[in-house]
Design a protein around this ligand. Sequence first.
Ligand SMILES: C[S@@+](CC[C@H](N)C(=O)[O-])C[C@H]1O[C@@H](n2cnc3c(N)ncnc32)[C@H](O)[C@@H]1O
Length: 285
Amino acid sequence: MNSVATTTSLRSTDFDFVSSLIRSQSAIVLNRDKEYLVESRLMPVARAHGFESVTHLICHLRARPQKHITDKVVDAMTVNETSFFRDQSPFDALRLHLIPELLKTKTADKTLSIWSNACSSGQEIYSIAMLLLENFPQLKTWKLRLLATDLSDQMLARARRGCFNSTEVSRGLPKELLTKYFKQQGDVWQISDILRGMVEFRKVNLIEPWLPSLQKMDIIFLRNVLIYFDTETKAQVLTKVRGSLSDNGFLFLGNAETILNLKAPFRREIISNSTVYRAAPIVKD
Ligand SMILES: C[S@@+](CC[C@H](N)C(=O)[O-])C[C@H]1O[C@@H](n2cnc3c(N)ncnc32)[C@H](O)[C@@H]1O
């Protein structure tokens, strides 16, 4: 029997090639149980670049790695699950405690900066923007910076467009906010220009050097991305995140994520049923 891979089964050496490519470019660890995903996710990339099959695409990348194709391969393998007001409790902590606390401690310079890292299609940062508009009218006289970043060009393009389908707007978004901040255009809901104008979207890969212009942020959301990394990368990313957070700042991780055993410079607190990580002093070796 011919053992050459067909369009429906990948050779294990091809899977190994893809998984090491993804790991080196994004730190995402692809285990063997994700083999089926490689085939289905990479087929559209193969077709878009004129390859007959995923195997042909991989063969080409082995012989002649090209950044524009590699980027598409990595992008296709990212998991982009997200929703408006995901998990709710971080947004309660923000509304009831963290923003009121920062409004008090920052009255002198009147600046507030929030970063949604690994923002996917933008629901997290738009939820934050709606929360601020709805609850903190005094911020109108403040300098507000809402930054949202991701590695995926496709997700950033989607997030910038601010168009969501009916399933997406039915997940986590209260009806009154849907009516107030979105316009229905056929099958999609377009978020208002006010909200889009509040957010700055940029490409940031967590394992590459960050934007030199990145000022210290007051609050960083880094949710549901560390789960894809190995322990060493998690620790490195958390150290970098601390470096980008002000000394009075706060970090949110996803529900399945923790700093336990990572020696990260944060203090864990429970606020409004949410785990919040308060910036702790950085100890230099
Ligand atoms: C599951 S989504 C999380 C979205 C949002 N933070 C949330 O919790 O709802 C994970 C996101 O991490 C992004 N991502 C994966 N690896 C990354 C990396 N190395 N640098 C930046 N973003 C990355 C993916 O593109 C994806 O959009």
